[in-house]
Design a protein around this ligand. Structure first.
Ligand code: OTD
Ligand code: ZN
Ligand code: ZN
Length: 340
């Protein structure tokens, strides 16, 4: 039995670090575990211009102790009015690593998102030309579509046609939660990949709804049925280079989640690696953990692999009930691995 695992330093390819006091509170947790992170731009107002991206990067760097050696990778938030030239300039100047497509009103902070992909086709063509990845929150937003069906329907209505229309575009299908999404990505060409969160490896929709309503298990895309969790987990542990780590850590103050209309988002950053490795261990896939956490992401993005290593070992990690004003994922549980 493997009791200790040393892997190349990992990256988080999807995180919400927020701004202001929340940024200062949460960013060090991500920087302690990861060398780099794709930082999502759904601030209010969102990060849409090169100047805003540069300024946000400076605020993140200022929030993290220099000793932690962490590089935030900034993402542009696409709107119906995004200018292709601004995206290309941001990418060329090393400010924007990628751009994010939020269908309008799909998730937290997506009110300024894109109402129809046709509106940004020129931007996407330009991104395909320059090799700038498109990151997608893949859910349809129609009120008449059941929330548990929104991801699968997005594939048929938007993603499959987009992949066919722009076969060169690098696309990351973010935080996949369904068997349909895992299958689509596995079958797609090499320029289509997906991130997978720790919560979607560990919980199904019962975690939210059985024995009482549990707001801290609520995030978007919402956790689905057990067979979807198993399919997502099989994808994560498959060793396929198309699947990589993206926590989607999304902190909200406790009173905004424990409310009549609670916010979506799970704060998993403080114990993300301990959570992921538990799933790989349960599935007998520890030998595939390094690929998922540290290799598949940078290869897909065309970035260098990190130097340096991190070691995890079997041993108790007690997850506290609260971290500041935020309830973390696995609150009150003891995980079976710890960082050395
Ligand atoms: N999902 N919450 C948030 C973002 C994500 O869709 C996402 O990426 C958030 O609070 O920013 C959430 O549930
Ligand atoms: Zn999202
Ligand atoms: Zn997210």
């Amino acid at each position: 039995m493997t009791d200790r695992l040393t892997i190349r330093r990992p990256d988080d390819w999807h995180v919400h670090l927020r701004d202001g006091a929340m940024l200062a509170h949460v960013a060090p947790y991500t920087a302690r575990q990861f060398a780099r992170a794709i930082v999502m731009p759904n601030l209010s107002p969102p990060v849409t211009t090169v100047a805003e991206g540069r300024a946000y990067r400076e605020r993140i760097v200022a929030a993290i102790p220099a000793a932690l050696d962490f590089t935030p990778l900034i993402v542009a938030y696409l709107t119906d009015g995004t200018d292709a030239e601004e995206m290309a300039r941001g990418h060329a100047e090393g400010v924007f690593t990628a751009a994010k497509l939020y269908p309008a009103h799909a998730t937290t902070g997506s009110a300024h998102g894109v109402t129809d992909v046709a509106n940004i086709m020129g931007v996407l063509e330009r991104m395909a030309d320059i090799g700038m990845p498109l990151l997608i929150h893949g859910e349809v937003t129609d009120h008449d579509v059941d929330i548990f069906d929104r991801e699968a329907l997005f594939i048929d209505r938007t993603l499959a046609p987009l992949v066919a229309r722009l076969p060169e575009l690098k696309i990351v299908f973010e935080h996949i939660t369904t068997a349909e999404a895992a299958q689509f990505v596995a079958d797609a060409p090499a320029n289509v990949a997906a991130t997978i969160t720790p919560q979607h490896l560990h919980i199904n929709r019962n975690a939210m709804l059985v024995g009482g309503i549990r707001p801290h298990a609520y995030c978007l895309p919402v956790a689905k049925r057990e067979h979807h969790r198993l399919a997502v987990r099989a994808a994560a542990t498959s060793g396929s280079p198309k699947f990589f780590l993206g926590t989607d850590s999304a902190p909200h103050a406790v009173h905004t989640k424990e409310a009549p209309c609670g916010c979506a988002g799970i704060f998993n950053a403080p114990f993300a690696l301990e959570s992921y490795i538990a799933a790989f261990d349960e599935d007998g896939a520890l030998d595939r953990f390094e690929g998922f956490a540290s290799e598949h992401g940078p290869r897909f993005y065309g970035l260098p692999l990190n130097q340096g290593t991190i070691t995890l070992e079997r041993g108790a990690t007690v997850v506290p009930d609260r971290i500041g004003d935020v309830v973390p994922f696995h609150a009150g549980e003891t995980l079976g691995w710890r960082i050395v």
